[in-house]
Design a protein around this ligand. Structure first.
Ligand code: URA
Length: 293
């Protein structure tokens, strides 16, 4: 059969209807076909393996090289590429060595944002318009963590600004909370094309970013929005419907803990409005926790 332009237009229409709105390469790739697992070899952050700090000029200026006894290994996270003139912020970026994840040497939120915007270990960044870093008040006691940006968030570079974000604002308003009293981010900072769920390898690569983000913000409580955030950060086998509304603990790399409450993702309750009452209940639990401290 010889395809006509009309046939191609129909195929494109069909792709759009299915949610395919970004081309990653000229050749189609079937994401359902098993691919070889990605080998992760991030250097663990232990005191023994602590990198040697060569010079510290300002708190933002860190030069880091691995200890001589530690040969660097090729990791999923290649070194952060040199800053382009247009993107470089007014600070010197951390120097990342092969084998390190770009997140681990970031000492400030600006450095972390910069490391994420220049990350080279995850293809999602190639198709994304923006790295969606965070919104709200980094001094806030409450840090909310969602899954990944959608189309509106990718376009505007801010988390939870689309329909699910508006619903989230409404939910928070019921307990007198707005964006000035929360800080909000996502497990994945780049939109997965067509809003597909992030893959295990994408989550594994992005995990050190959100772990460092939490360490730098030091909130009093984490609100984990949906199953991906819960599974990634709490590492519990139980599903979100079982865990929601409970005040649990998130353990940081240094062993200290932060309270963490899972709740349903706003997108989920948009699809299943009968579950709304559960989120309202969780908000009352949060309100009680905040007033009981
Ligand atoms: N859903 C998310 O999990 N995060 C966003 O930022 C938007 C929608």
């Amino acid at each position: 059969m010889t395809e006509t332009l009309h046939d191609y237009a129909q195929i494109l229409d069909w792709y759009r209807t299915c949610g395919v709105d970004a081309a990653l390469s000229d050749v189609p790739r079937d994401h359902y076909v098993a691919i070889a697992p990605v080998k992760l070899s991030f250097k663990p952050m232990t005191t023994q393996a602590a990198p040697h700090v060569e010079s510290v000029v300002t708190p933002q200026h860190i030069q880091i090289t691995p200890p001589a006894s530690q040969p660097s290994t090729q990791s999923v996270a290649p070194p952060v590429s040199p800053p382009s003139a247009a993107k470089a912020p007014q600070l010197t970026s951390p120097v990342i060595t092969a084998g390190d994840h770009p997140a681990i040497h970031c000492e400030t939120l600006e450095q972390l944002r910069y490391a994420m915007e220049n990350a080279t270990g995850c293809d999602l960044i190639k198709a994304a318009t923006h790295t969606v870093f965070a919104d709200g008040n980094p001094e806030a006691d409450i840090m909310l963590i969602g899954e990944a940006p959608g189309a509106d968030e990718d376009r505007l570079g801010q988390p939870f600004v689309g329909q699910s974000g508006q619903l989230l604002d409404t939910i928070l308003a019921t307990i007198g909370v707005d964006r000035s009293s929360i800080y909000i981010s996502n497990i994945i900072p780049w939109r997965p094309p067509g809003n597909r769920p992030p893959t295990t390898a994408e989550v594994a690569y992005c995990l050190p970013f959100i772990q460092r983000h939490i360490e730098l913000v030091q909130p009093k409580i984490l609100i984990l929005l949906g199953g991906v955030a819960v599974k990634t950060l709490l590492n519990r086998g139980d599903g979100i419907l079982k865990l929601r509304g409970q005040i649990l603990e998130y353990t940081m790399k240094n062993g200290s803990t932060i309270s963490a409450m899972p709740t349903l993702h706003p997108s989920y309750i948009m699809r299943s409005p009968s579950q709304k009452a559960l989120v309202w209940k969780d908000m009352l639990t949060l309100k009680g926790w905040l007033s009981g401290r």
